[in-house]
Design a protein around this ligand. Structure first.
Ligand code: GLN
Length: 599
C-alpha cells in the first residue's frame, strides 16, 4: 500500500474527525500529497518491521516550534506567533523525510490533564457518535489525532504525564523518554527541569522508530545529554526473562476496579511470557504529586514572565499599565487563561521569601527522595548518580503499573470538577517525571467482566493504559517490555487502533482490508519472534528458565540460588567429564526431557 494512499486516508480522516478539535492548524494537503508521492519512490520506505519515517505524516504539538505553521501553545497570548525556526526535533523529523501533518491542540502551555484549557476550545475524544470523553492532557490533540488515524504518529510534550495520560485515555501508545535524551530546543518551556518531548503512536514500533531518529545530542540544548554520558546509558539485558516490579504503593483505594483488574491481567500476561513478578515499595510516591504541583508552577511562573506583549506575545488593545494597575497587567490578564493564571500565582507564592522554605525547598527534597526510591529498586544503577553502588539482590528491571487511576471521564464530568481533581489524575505519572526516568503507556484490554456490552456490540474496544517505567537511560528496555506487553495483553484490534484506516469508529468494515491482514501477519511474526527468543533464553538458562530466581541478575550479580544452580550444573558436567558450556548445550539439545524444574 503506497504512502500516497495512506496520506490520502489521513487527510480524509482529518475532515471526518474535525469536530474532535485535535488540530489547531493543518498543513497544506497538496504539499502533503506531493511529498508522500515523492517518498513512494524511495526504496525501503515500505519496510514494516523497522519503519522508516519517509513519507509518514507526523502531527506536532502546538508548543513545538515550526516555521510552516503558527506555534501558539493553545494560548491567546501567542495566537499570532509563528516561529522563525524549526525546533530541533522537527528538523530531525523533516530530515528523515517525515511530513508535518499539522499542529495539535493542547492545554494552554501544557498546563492541564484533559486538554480543555485551550484558547481554541477543548479536544474531544469520541469513539462513536454522541460520546464525549476527555482526551486527557495536555497532549490531548496529539493523542486523538493518532487514535482517529489523522496522522501516523505525533509528538507531544510530557512534563508530569502529558503524553502518557492522553495516550491512556485514547487507547494509543505514549512514550516519555529519559530526561535530556531528546532535544528541547524550540520547545516552549513549561517547567524546564521536567519538560520532555514525547511520542505517540498506534503501536510501540512506530513510537520506537521516531524515538530512534530523535535520540541524539543537541548542542543547542544545554540540558541535552552529551555523547560521553550517552555511551554509558542502557543496560544490556536479554528481555526474555525479566524481573517485573509491582509498586504496591500505586494500589490505592481510589484506583478504579476495572483499572486494577486490567493491571492484574497485564501482570499475568507478562508472567506467562516468562518474566517473574516482585512487589516493591516506593514510599516517597505518596508525596510526589504535591511536590510536582509546587515545582512545576514555580518554574512556570518564571518561564512565563517573558510573555508581556513586548518581548513575546500579543499585546492587549489600548493602554496597558494605568495608574491603578501594573504594566502588562492587561496584556497578561487577557492573554493567559484561568488555569495558567492560577499556576503563575501559585508559583510566585511558593517562591516568595516567606513561603520558599516551606514549599519550594521541601518539594525539592521530596523530589530527591522519589529519585532515591527508584534507584533503590532498579537493578541498573542510575548512571547520573555518583554515589557508591548499592546492590539489591531483590532489585527489578522495570515497573509495571497503571497510567491513570480511572478510565477516561466524560467531558461534562470534567467541567464540574475543581482543579484539584484534574491534578489527581497525574498521581501515577508524576513520580517518573520527577526522577527523569523513561516511562511508556501501553493500551491493554479490560477484563471481560468490565467491558461495556453496548460497546462490545458495536465492536468498540475500551482499553486501560498500563505504564512501564525503567531506570534512567534504560529506554530501549522499557520499549522492549512495552512491545512484549502490547503483544501479550492487547488483542489486535484493526478497527480502533492498529489500522490507519478507521472509516468510522465502532463499525466493522464488511470485509477485512489488505492492511488489516497485513497487520495481523505482522503481529503473528512478532509473536513468533518473541517465542523463539524465549526458547533461546531457555536454552541459555539450561532449560531452567522459570526456576532460576532473578535470572536478570544472573550474569553480573548471581544470587545464592543462582550460584547453587551453577554449582549443581558444574558438578554434573564434571561427572560427565565435559565443560559447563558443553553440558548446557547437551541439556538444550534434549530440552523438554530435562528433569522437572524445582520451584
Ligand atoms: N497535568 C500536569 C500539569 O498540568 C502535567 C502537564 C504536562 O505534563 N505538560 O502540570
Amino acid at each position: 500500500m503506497s504512502l500516497l494512499k495512506h496520506a490520502k486516508q489521513y487527510l480524509s480522516n482529518q475532515s471526518t474527525y474535525s469536530h474532535l478539535n485535535a488540530f489547531v492548524s493543518l498543513a497544506d494537503p497538496a504539499s502533503i500529497l506531493s511529498r508522500a508521492e515523492a517518498a513512494d519512490s524511495i526504496p525501503d520506505a515500505h519496510e514494516t518491521t523497522s519503519p522508516g519515517l519517509a513519507g509518514k505524516l507526523i502531527a506536532i504539538k502546538d508548543n513545538i516550534c515550526t516555521t510552516e505553521l503558527p506555534t501558539t501553545a493553545s494560548s491567546a497570548i501567542l495566537k499570532n506567533f509563528t516561529s522563525p525556526y524549526d525546533a530541533t526535533v522537527v528538523k530531525q523529523l523533516r530530515d528523515a523525510g517525515a511530513i508535518v501533518a499539522g499542529k495539535t491542540n493542547m492545554d494552554e502551555f501544557g498546563m492541564g490533564s484533559h486538554s480543555t484549557h485551550s484558547h481554541f476550545g477543548p479536544v474531544k475524544f469520541a469513539r462513536h457518535s454522541g460520546e464525549q470523553l476527555s482526551a486527557g492532557g495536555s497532549s490531548g490533540g496529539s493523542a486523538v489525532a493518532v487514535a482517529s488515524a489523522q496522522c501516523w504518529a505525533a509528538l507531544g510534550t510530557d512534563t508530569g504525564g502529558s503524553v502518557r495520560l492522553p495516550a491512556a485515555y485514547t487507547g494509543v501508545v505514549g512514550f516519555k523518554p529519559s530526561y535530556g535524551l531528546l532535544s528541547r530546543w524550540g520547545v516552549i518551556a513549561y517547567a524546564n527541569s521536567l519538560d520532555t518531548v514525547g511520542i505517540l503512536g498506534r503501536d510501540v514500533e512506530s513510537v520506537e522508530s521516531v524515538f530512534n531518529k530523535l535520540n541524539s545530542y543537541d548542542p543547542q540544548d544545554p540540558t541535552s545529554i552529551p555523547p560521553s554520558t550517552r555511551s554509558r546509558l542502557g543496560s544490556d539485558r536479554n528481555i526474555m526473562s525479566l524481573r517485573i516490579g509491582i509498586p504496591l504503593d500505586y494500589n490505592m483505594s481510589t484506583l478504579q476496579p476495572a483499572v486494577r483488574r486490567a493491571w492484574i491481567r497485564s501482570l499475568k500476561a507478562l508472567q506467562d511470557c516468562g518474566h517473574t513478578l516482585h512487589s516493591v515499595h516506593l514510599p516517597a510516591t505518596q508525596h510526589a504529586l504535591s511536590a510536582y504541583y509546587v515545582l512545576a508552577p514555580a518554574e512556570a511562573s518564571s518561564n512565563l514572565a517573558k510573555y508581556d506583549g513586548v518581548r513575546y506575545g500579543t499585546r492587549a488593545e489600548g493602554i496597558d499599565g494605568t495608574p491603578d494597575s501594573v504594566l502588562f497587567a492587561k496584556t497578561r490578564g487577557q492573554g493567559f487563561g484561568p488555569e495558567v493564571q492560577r499556576r503563575i500565582l501559585h508559583g510566585a507564592f511558593t517562591l516568595s521569601a516567606q513561603a520558599m522554605d516551606n514549599y519550594f525547598i521541601q518539594a525539592q527534597k521530596v523530589r530527591r527522595l522519589v529519585q532515591r526510591d527508584f534507584d533503590s529498586i532498579f537493578y541498573t544503577l542510575n548512571p547520573l548518580v555518583k554515589s557508591a553502588p548499592v546492590l539489591h539482590m531483590d532489585a527489578v528491571d522495570v515497573l509495571v503499573c497503571p497510567t491513570t487511576p480511572t478510565l477516561p471521564p466524560t467531558l461534562s464530568d470534567v467541567e464540574n470538577q475543581d482543579p484539584l481533581n484534574a491534578y489527581m489524575n497525574d498521581v501515577f505519572t508524576v513520580p517518573a517525571s520527577l526522577a527523569g526516568i523513561p516511562a511508556i503507556s501501553v493500551p491493554v484490554d479490560l477484563d471481560p467482566s468490565d467491558r461495556n456490552p453496548e460497546l462490545v456490540e458495536k465492536g468498540i474496544e475500551e482499553r486501560a493504559g498500563m505504564q512501564v517505567i525503567g531506570q534512567y537511560g534504560d529506554d530501549a528496555l522499557v520499549l522492549d517490555v512495552a512491545k512484549n506487553l502490547f503483544v501479550a495483553a492487547t488483542r489486535p484490534s484493526p478497527y480502533s487502533r492498529t489500522s490507519p484506516f478507521i472509516t468510522a469508529w465502532g463499525k466493522n468494515p464488511s470485509s477485512p482490508a489488505d492492511e488489516v491482514v497485513e497487520e495481523a501477519e505482522r503481529r503473528e511474526k512478532l509473536a513468533r519472534w518473541e517465542t523463539e527468543k524465549l526458547e533461546s533464553r531457555k536454552v541459555q538458562a539450561g532449560g531452567k528458565l522459570k526456576v532460576v530466581p532473578g535470572y536478570g541478575l544472573l550474569d553480573k550479580y548471581p544470587s545464592a540460588a543462582v550460584k547453587k544452580e551453577r554449582k549443581r550444573l558444574g558438578a554434573k558436567a564434571k561427572e560427565l567429564g565435559i565443560t559447563l558450556e558443553e553440558y548446557r548445550a547437551k541439556l538444550a539439545a534434549e530440552e523438554g526431557k530435562d528433569e522437572k524444574p524445582e520451584q
